[in-house]
Design a protein around this ligand. Structure first.
Ligand SMILES: *Cc1c(COP(=O)(O)O)cnc(C)c1O
Length: 378
């Protein structure tokens, strides 16, 4: 059996261990310390915007705290892009709030601004103004930022930007994660860079960052003993994980470049195969980090479905995966309201994510190409 080719696997840069050793030498093996501060500053500089970043234990934790800071509580409604990873929606349930799912549009596969406004109007008519909007930059592709922000601003609803997959992506030259009231980043093992598990909340004021750090470290009041006037969480990033993050930030630009090259590889590979479309930027306003390369297969044209391709790749130990199954189709959210048509459903039906790691070799690309050509008869 050939070695496994993963969809997306961790890719260390080299200096991660140096930062971890520094932490060990100073005995900063704790959920705070110089690597945490350094990592936050690295991200702030990378985002090239006047933001304040709080490093946390996961992207999911960042989303949860963003919802809390937007005042979301029991019985509230929160709009959420349906086509996404469950982590975008779960924290809404943690708060005892109700997710209201909205369909995607076909250009960016992200939240449809038209369906979004329809949803807001209808929820208001039914008696509740949504407390927040969770919009996602899926696979690194920026959502329609101007259109989505215009709708959100019209109804004065804060946007929580789920940029977990989009570190290094930009819209009109501005970094994803910096448009909403809050931006969420993830450093999970499969993301474009990793801290082995971690996340961050991008804030726009020092006050919001301070609040985030306060909530993520058990909400301790300023007193010599342990004093609490609010419910807190254990969500802060450790100084060890942040050390990995510091090493990874040094190589982030080259990781974006490598993922974008994987996208170019697939564009070349599929250019003569009718009925297969490679997911790409709609125009030059959009710059995707192409965290995962994805395709849509039209089985009526190709004669083979995305499932045929997935199984053929698997025969050679190559991992691929259907696109995110929309949340409104998930059993756990079957009682939640949904607005829109069947765009996300169609994408899920015919879409496939292909190996996209920044550490893939020419030989591995060759194995992928061979299988693809076999399935589509080229
Ligand atoms: C990975 C991911 C998250 C969650 O991040 P974790 O760090 O794994 O908690 C949230 N939203 C999206 C879209 C993701 O891909």
């Amino acid at each position: 059996m050939n070695d496994k080719i993963w969809l997306s696997s961790p890719h260390m840069g080299g200096n991660e261990l140096k930062y971890i050793h520094e932490a060990f030498n100073a005995n900063w093996v704790a959920p705070l310390g110089p690597n945490v501060n350094g990592f936050e500053e690295d991200i702030e500089q990378f985002l090239k915007t006047d933001v304040k970043v709080a490093a946390l234990s996961a992207g999911t934790a960042a989303l949860h705290l963003a919802l809390i800071e937007c005042g979301v509580s029991q019985g509230d409604e929160v709009i959420c892009q349906s086509m996404t990873f469950s982590a975008s929606a779960n924290p809404i349930a943690y708060q005892g709030a109700i997710p209201v799912f909205v369909d995607s549009e076909p250009d960016t596969w992200n939240i449809c601004p038209v369906a979004l406004e329809e949803a807001i109007k209808d929820r208001i008519a039914k008696g509740k103004t949504p407390k927040a909007i969770v919009a996602v930059h899926l696979y690194g592709m920026p959502f329609k930022v101007d259109e989505v922000m215009a709708v959100a601003n019209k109804y004065n609803i804060p946007v929580i930007e789920d940029a977990a997959e989009a570190l290094g992506s930009t819209y009109k030259g501005k970094a994803c994660g910096t448009f909403g009231r809050f931006g969420v980043l993830s450093f999970n093992g499969n993301k474009i860079i990793t801290t082995s598990g971690g996340g961050a909340l991008v804030c726009h004021t020092q006050e919001d960052k301070d609040k985030t750090v306060f909530l993520s470290t058990q909400a301790r009041d300023n007193a010599p003993h342990y004093q609490h006037s609010e419910i807190g969480y254990n969500y802060r990033m450790s100084n060890i994980c942040a050390g990995i993050g510091r090493g990874q930030m040094e190589v982030l630009p080259s990781r974006v470049e490598a993922r974008r090259k994987m996208h170019d590889f697939y564009v070349q590979l599929f250019k003569d195969i009718d009925g297969v479309t490679v997911f790409a930027e709609p125009d030059s306003d959009y710059y995707s980090n192409h965290w995962l390369s994805a395709i849509i297969v039209d089985p009526k044209v190709t004669g083979n479905s995305r499932e045929d391709l997935r199984l053929a790749l698997l025969e050679d130990n190559i991992e691929s995966r259907p696109l995110w199954k929309p949340m409104h189709l998930q059993p756990v959210f079957s009682n939640s309201p949904y607005y829109g048509g069947n765009v996300s459903e169609q994408l899920f039906e015919n879409g496939l994510c292909l190996p996209s790691g920044s550490n893939l070799t020419d030989e591995e690309r060759e194995r992928i190409a061979t299988k693809v050509k076999e399935v589509f008869g080229k």
